[in-house]
Design a protein around this ligand. Structure first.
Ligand SMILES: Cc1cc2nc3c(=O)[nH]c(=O)nc-3n(C[C@H](O)[C@H](O)[C@H](O)COP(=O)(O)OP(=O)(O)OC[C@H]3O[C@@H](n4cnc5c(N)ncnc54)[C@H](O)[C@@H]3O)c2cc1C
Length: 402
């Protein structure tokens, strides 16, 4: 029995390792000159490989029941056993799991060695453009060997991080030429968000500044996501983990807006009290000790309060406006960065298009795993975890039926 794995990313390698362990011959095809390229750039080269606390709510997926089955089948114990078998030691930082070395390259080395030591074949610079069923299995367009494969594992990922155009990702190519799938439109996510503040305030001086705050994303006025954390003002927009996670929900067909609560733990009485304590100051220095000058400047400008005005001369309405803008500094015209500058493509093949074993229903023997599927996790190791969990799931199905 020989199985082809189309895509030499993390899901392809996990799948190959498990199949090889079960004594199944495996050949991995990778379109690029090197395998595991995305894994190598993950977590800024540190590779946040998983998370101690994997919950369904950390993922966007239209079929949470089936996602639960896939995640449950790859428990923390099973994931750790896999790491151990591959020699990958890990450590955890605030629940985020990293390789012991702190380097993605050790995961690359360990997985590559795992496959090669068990006789797996790795063919690079080979793009699989289609899968044709023949009487005894499948032949792959792009595979010069013209081997007939018993099973094909599609682990082609998405185009985030590497390609700029959607169709440069493997999944649309391979699936469109193979099967008429209903495919959830892909879009870049886990990326900075370009936006404009609604006040017309010049943000240049604040560029590069990091603040702690709570980001809220609204769609048609309704909150769809919020998260507290470090937010960075960048040229033309916002960055930081809470912003990246908001971008998961940023569908351009929806009327979305975003606001930041810069003082999540404070209410109006705090501003009133501060105004009493520092009434003799001008507003220019009112925020000393709370915000940097650049952040204070944009809040004052957005509130139309002159910097040289004395705090004790401010009206209740002015203080209220200042407070409201601190609680809800609003941004409009939100858009994500390109696929190349993002960490994830949201969308892909919906789980409901596949069998319970993630097999193409009318092309038995072809399975799909990883980012190619319409399952999108937050920042924090959730996407590599899903890539591994879904890969283990399809490997398990093949092993069970072998
Ligand atoms: C900059 C960046 C940082 C990230 N950091 C993290 C992190 O720290 N933690 C985390 O959990 N997630 C992170 N992610 C997301 C995570 O890396 C991906 O979700 C994960 O790698 C998906 O694995 P995959 O195997 O499904 O796809 P991929 O890693 O994309 O692998 C698919 C492979 O298939 C190849 N391929 C595609 N089409 C074909 C074809 N037709 N024929 C042959 N080969 C083909 C591709 O070249 C690619 O090598 C990050 C992503 C990026 C871009």
């Amino acid at each position: 029995m020989i199985t082809a794995v189309a895509g030499g990313g993390y899901s392809g390698f996990v799948c190959a390792c498990l199949l090889l362990d079960a004594g199944i011959r495996v050949r991995i095809f990778e379109r690029q000159e090197k395998v595991l390229k995305k894994l190598m750039i993950s977590g800024n080269g540190r590779c946040n490989i998983s998370n101690e606390d994997i919950k369904l709510s950390d993922y966007i997926c239209k079929d949470k029941e089936r996602l639960a089955v896939i995640l449950d089948a790859f428990s923390r114990e099973k994931e750790m056993a896999f790491f151990k078998a591959a020699g990958i030691e890990t450590f955890s930082e605030d629940g985020r799991i990293y390789p012991f070395s702190g380097k993605a390259s050790s995961v690359y080395d360990a997985l590559r060695a795992y496959v090669l030591e068990r006789g797996g074949e790795i063919i690079t610079d080979t793009c699989i453009n289609g899968i044709a069923p023949v009487s005894s299995g499948f032949v792959l367009t792009g595979d010069a060997s013209e081997t007939v494969y018993d099973k094909v594992m599609i682990c082609c990922g998405g185009c985030a991080g590497i390609y700029d155009e959607e169709n440069k990702g493997g999944v649309p190519d391979i699936i469109n030429r193979t099967h008429a799938f209903k495919y959830e439109k892909t879009r870049p996510a886990l990326t900075r968000i370009y936006c404009k503040n609604i006040y017309g305030t010049d943000m240049k001086k604040a560029e590069g500044t990091r603040i702690k705050g709570k980001v809220y994303l609204l769609s048609d006025g309704k909150e769809i996501y919020s998260e507290y954390g470090e937010i960075q003002f960048i040229k033309g927009g916002l960055s930081g983990i809470p912003v990246f996670n908001c971008s998961l929900y940023l569908d351009d067909t929806k009327n979305t807006e975003l606001f930041i609560d810069l003082i999540p733990d404070m209410d109006f009485s705090y501003i009133e009290d501060r105004a009493k304590r520092f009434g003799k100051r001008q507003f220019e220095t009112f925020f000393y000790g709370l915000f940097t000058e650049a952040v204070a400047g944009i809040i004052l400008s957005a509130s139309g309060i002159p910097v040289h005005k004395k705090v004790e001369d401010a009206t209740e309405d002015e203080l209220l406006l200042l407070y409201n803008n601190l609680k809800s500094f609003k941004f409009k015209e939100l858009r994500t960065d390109t696929f190349k500058n993002s960490q994830l493509s949201v969308g892909g093949i919906a789980l409901c298009e596949l069998s319970d074993e993630l097999e193409i229903p009318d092309m038995k023997g072809i399975y799909i795993a990883g980012e190619a599927l319409a399952v999108s996790g937050k920042c924090g190791g959730y996407n590599l975890h899903f890539a591994a969990a879904s890969a283990a799931y399809i490997a398990g199905a093949v092993i069970k039926n072998a």
